[in-house]
Design a protein around this ligand. Structure first.
Ligand code: CA
Length: 673
């Protein structure tokens, strides 16, 4: 046991009488509870209504008995402080909040002691995140970390995002990865599928994506980190400690430094590969309420309640947090800053963003702009249920006009392509059904006002909701809902009445057509991992806790679908080479993007007059979802060169077209002058 002297900070403050949580003071300085130095460690827990707060130090995260305890001292800003001299690196800590006013467990118990908590802002934890760890963060930096830089990117409009889950991506032996299902999987180069094709990070480089978006990778609750051999799976939308990487993705969840160092190694490797990293953040709810770090430090403060006192449930998971309260807002701002500064992250995807409030989201954008305006910020502009906050204050999709620089996923384009969220068996444009053309146009222009979009024929939105096209996330599938392959099998009726599902060659044509829409949108294109491999999830709609047999990527698919991978890579390269596809400016989109009137189940547009400063004078994109070829008259009499045709992409040219073009069934044709 380390001998220590105990020093209190400041003078004694008596307990104020707060009439409601709305009167709680805001903590001054950082929300973080621990400041380490080799000479002394300082503790500071915000818990305004506590009657007393006790700090305990432990030899290990599982030890039953503390090696040291001390009472902390109340401060005017609602925090409780104490310091301990000596070098405590490697030890563990927790706080216990005492509240005289809470209902007694029994009449004999003089005080009500809450469960132990590492606080709300632990930056290092032991197994399962139960206790905090005292750590020198610099000791977690991999070699060369101080030289790590985010890959060059001039404008947000240049992004092509690829969403992935650590376990899906590399857990199958066919990935050829050593650290399967771990952060370190993304650091391994030279990994091959059984057929000798690149997997892992090399596969991402081949595709040419500019960003990966990681499914939740902070410490979450649904996987027991002491039983990793159980092979449990979860997406991770059940936060415990927001500012620490998840232990089950590290090689040793008991070692607090391992998850931190390995997460940084992953970022470093992706950055070296020219790929930026976006984190999926879930500040909108916690794993549970009774045992959450929010409840165990400041009961009643961090969650919204209904008028009858019951908890709001906009997350659909039993609770919703209250970003409009000053300490929750401060927590979110500081947490995002922590991930940017300590972990060098390049973007954030806010889960159920509409649960938060506009002021908080704008404050986060303003903070990120000061650090680097190319850091991406977008989220789901909807909630699972109605939040306990006035609608005008909510960052819903329709309020994006009040949130410059913050994007939202477009369900208009997604469902215009594949069919509604509510019924997997109902198709749309890709199923050859008319009536979805305007919803696709809405997505192609990036949800900005545009004369070529008939708003009364757009699904879900009756007015443009973006100020700039980069505010729209263009996608046809993500981790939610069915894989595109499953959805097409479920919703597209086979031409051959003797068959139950459409043939694989038709599936591939529709997959290519769908992503051509996504990758020619003026919004930010977003791909879900494995669509380029024709991965399926055996028809499972919500695979958040399905086993590897459903979720794992089988990398042997790559050999079978090389042509599809090449098409994705070709389209991404085409987009990167031609700024006309990513003008990034609403006025430019209105000026240079012109729709061409074409038959049912087709969408066509022209990017004219060297759009976005493009070297090509004019680009014509023709999208045909019909099961038959369609002839379309070209806008000028000049001779066009095809660069996308019949499921191939070649910037050097795929033949000449004059006056008219016949677009083959279920395919895209892209021509230029
Ligand atoms: Ca965990």
């Amino acid at each position: 046991m380390i001998m220590a002297t105990v020093a209190f900070v400041g003078c004694q403050v008596s307990k104020p009488n707060y009439e409601s949580v709305n009167n709680y003071p805001v903590k001054s300085g950082s929300v973080k509870e621990v400041t380490y130095s080799p000479q002394q460690t300082d503790f500071s827990l915000w818990s305004p209504n506590a009657d007393s707060v006790r700090l305990s130090l432990y030899e290990s995260s599982e030890a039953l008995e503390p090696i040291h305890t001390q009472w902390l001292k109340r401060q005017k800003d609602g925090s409780w402080q104490g310091s301990i001299t000596g070098d405590w690196q490697g030890k563990f800590y927790s706080f216990r909040v005492w509240d005289d006013q809470r209902p007694m467990a029994n009449d004999q118990q003089p005080k009500w002691e809450l469960e132990e908590t590492p606080g709300i802002f632990a930056v290092a934890v032991g197994v399962n995140g139960r206790r905090g760890a005292i750590i020198d963060m610099r000791s977690t930096d991999p070699e060369g970390w101080s030289n790590d830089r985010r890959p060059a990117m001039e404008r947000q409009a240049d992004a092509v995002v690829y969403e992935l889950h650590h376990r899906d991506f590399s857990i199958d032996p066919s990935s050829g990865v050593r650290n399967r299902g771990k952060f370190l999987a993304l650091t391994e180069h030279g990994t091959l599928s059984p057929q000798g094709l690149a997997t892992g990070i090399d596969h991402l480089k081949e595709l040419g994506v500019t960003h990966v978006q990681l499914l939740p990778s902070y410490d979450y609750g649904s996987i027991d980190e002491t039983r990793l051999d159980d092979n449990r799976y979860n997406w991770g939308y059940d936060p415990i400690n927001y500012n620490v990487p998840e232990g089950s993705y590290s090689t040793d969840p008991y070692d607090p430094a391992a998850r931190i160092r390995e997460f940084k190694q992953m970022i470093q490797a992706l950055h070296e590969a020219g790929i930026r990293v976006i984190l999926d953040v879930v500040y909108n709810h916690t794993f549970d309420v009774a045992h959450s770090n929010f409840t165990l430090t400041a009961p009643g403060y961090f969650y919204r309640t209904r008028e009858d006192g019951s908890l709001g449930n906009a997350s659909g998971c039993g609770n919703e947090t209250a970003s409009e309260r000053p300490m929750m807002r401060k927590f979110m701002l500081e947490s995002v800053r922590w991930w940017v500064e300590e972990y060098h992250l390049d973007g954030f995807r806010f889960d159920l963003m509409a649960i938060h409030d506009i002021e908080t989201m704008n404050a986060i954008r303003a903070m990120l702009d000061e650090i680097d305006p190319t850091i991406l910020l977008y989220g789901e502009g909807w909630a699972a249920e109605t939040p306990q906050l006035e609608e005008t204050l909510r960052p819903i999709k329709a309020n994006c006009t009040k949130m410059p620089g913050i994007g939202a996923f477009s369900d208009e384009m997604r469902d215009g392509l594949r069919g509604p969220f509510s019924d997997d068996r109902v198709g749309a444009f890709l199923a050859g059904l008319p009536g979805n053309e305007q919803s696709i146009r809405f997505g192609l222009v990036g949800a900005v006002e545009h004369p070529g979009v008939e708003l009364d024929k757009v699904n879900y939105s009756d007015k443009p909701w973006a100020l700039q096209p980069t505010q729209l996330i263009a996608y046809v599938s993500c981790h939610d809902d069915m894989m595109l392959t499953d959805r097409l099998r479920a919703s597209v009726k086979p031409a051959d009445k003797g068959k139950k599902v459409i043939a694989d060659d038709e599936l591939m044509r529709l997959d290519k057509l769908a992503q051509t829409v996504v990758l020619t949108s003026q919004g930010l294109p977003f791909l879900w991992n494995g669509e380029e491999l024709m991965r399926d999830k055996k028809g499972v709609h919500n695979s958040y806790c399905s086993p590897d047999s459903i979720n794992a990527i089988d990398w042997t698919l790559k050999a079978r679908n090389r042509d599809l991978c090449a098409y994705y890579a070709g389209l991404i390269a085409l987009r990167k080479a031609h700024p006309a596809f990513r003008m990034g400016d609403a006025d430019a989109v209105r000026k240079h993007l012109e729709f061409i009137d074409t038959p049912e189940c087709t969408v066509a547009f022209c990017l004219k007059d060297n759009a976005g400063g493009d070297a090509w004078k004019e680009i014509v994109v023709l999208l045909n979802a019909n099961r038959k070829p369609v002839e379309i008259a070209l806008p000028t009499q000049e001779q066009y060169t095809a660069v996308v045709a019949n499921g191939k992409v070649d910037q050097q040219g795929l033949g000449a077209y004059k006056e008219k073009a016949v677009v083959p069934a279920q395919s895209a044709l892209i021509l230029h002058l």
